[in-house]
Design a protein around this ligand. Structure first.
Ligand SMILES: Nc1ncnc2c1ncn2[C@@H]1O[C@H](COP(=O)(O)OP(=O)(O)OP(=O)(O)O)[C@@H](O)[C@H]1O
Length: 289
């Protein structure tokens, strides 16, 4: 890996600074588990949005934690976390730029701020043309932070907490982030038990290019997560055993769904990773922008 000097981590020893580990980037592939043949499966959420659905206890939060774990190790990435249940993403709170629990005013104000950042990034991209460079998306060499937004249990914000007006405002802002965030290095990962139209309008659901279907109770529910017709073609998340938590069909853009057993991070694993992430993110000179 070609590390730039400003991304190299060192620890002080009696013999002076020694390199401790290469740092990761959100532009690197994310390890999320193994396939049916035991082979590693990697995915990427940069320039992508991912929607995970499936019955309670299917393993959606496990996937979200695997992605957060990768993001936490990336100094080029800020995390914005919505965790209506407080405990699923809680360990990442100390390193998150924002951690939203149940308050709809807070949830909406965070999305409004993200929208402002989005506007600024598009304006910056548009201005590059003045310098003779036509670019449609942010690239790693721009040294612009990736802002990863993760929402665990969308339904709490789109259909449960707050007033109807607040829920609608939340969905409108989220739709904008999902629609425009990809090119601006602001990907979105969302989990919900059932992404039916009363929870997530079809116009928003269809913007998620990547889907992960954990066990569903009906072929129809599986189709709602993966997209119409996949269950009839043999990719039916109802077939996943209830005992096989963490098993999912992963659909990435343009492909066919792939069976993945998501890697599971125990609470201890997550706490250790979060502690390390906090350490590597401590203020230091020469960090990335
Ligand atoms: N990849 C995995 N491997 C093994 N066990 C897993 C895996 N993922 C989840 N589990 C088990 O299933 C339990 C429930 O998982 P998880 O909380 O991720 O489900 P969920 O789909 O997010 O549920 P909910 O919708 O209620 O939030 C975990 O506490 C763990 O015991």
């Amino acid at each position: 890996m070609d590390l730039k000097p400003d991304r190299e981590m060192t620890a002080m020893t009696n013999d002076g600074p020694v390199p401790v580990a290469p740092l990761m980037s959100m532009f690197d592939p994310i390890y999320i588990g193994i396939d049916e043949f035991g082979q590693p499966v990697y995915t990427s959420v940069i320039y992508r949005n991912l929607l995970a659905g499936g019955e309670p206890g299917g393993g959606k939060s496990g996937l979200l934690n695997a992605i957060c774990g990768h993001a936490a190790m990336c100094l080029d990435t800020s995390l914005v976390l919505f965790d209506g249940k407080r405990v699923e993403l809680g360990p990442w709170q100390p390193i998150a730029d924002e951690f939203v629990v149940g308050g709809m005013d807070h949830a909406i104000s965070v999305l409004e701020r993200l929208q402002k950042v989005l506007d600024n990034r598009y304006e910056w991209l548009a201005h590059l043309i003045d310098f003779g460079s036509v670019r449609r998306k942010i690239v790693p060499t721009d040294n612009v932070r990736v802002i990863l937004t993760v929402i665990d249990e969308l339904a709490l914000y789109s259909a449960t907490y707050g007033t109807k007006l607040q829920q609608e405002r939340f969905v409108v802002l989220l739709r904008d982030l999902v629609a425009r965030g990809r090119a601006a290095a602001m990907p979105v990962v969302v989990a919900t038990q059932r992404p039916s139209h009363d929870i997530i309008p079809t116009s928003l659901r269809d913007l998620f290019g990547y889907r992960a279907a954990f066990r569903c109770t009906t072929p129809n529910s599986s189709n709602i997560v993966l997209g119409n017709g996949w269950a009839e073609q043999g990719y039916n998340a109802q077939d996943i055993s209830p005992e096989n938590q963490g098993q999912a069909y992963l659909l990435t853009e343009g492909g066919t769904p792939q069976k993945v057993k998501v890697c599971y991070l125990s609470d201890d694993n997550i706490n250790d990773l979060a502690k390390h992430a906090k350490w590597i993110r401590k203020p230091m000179s020469g960090g990335v922008a």
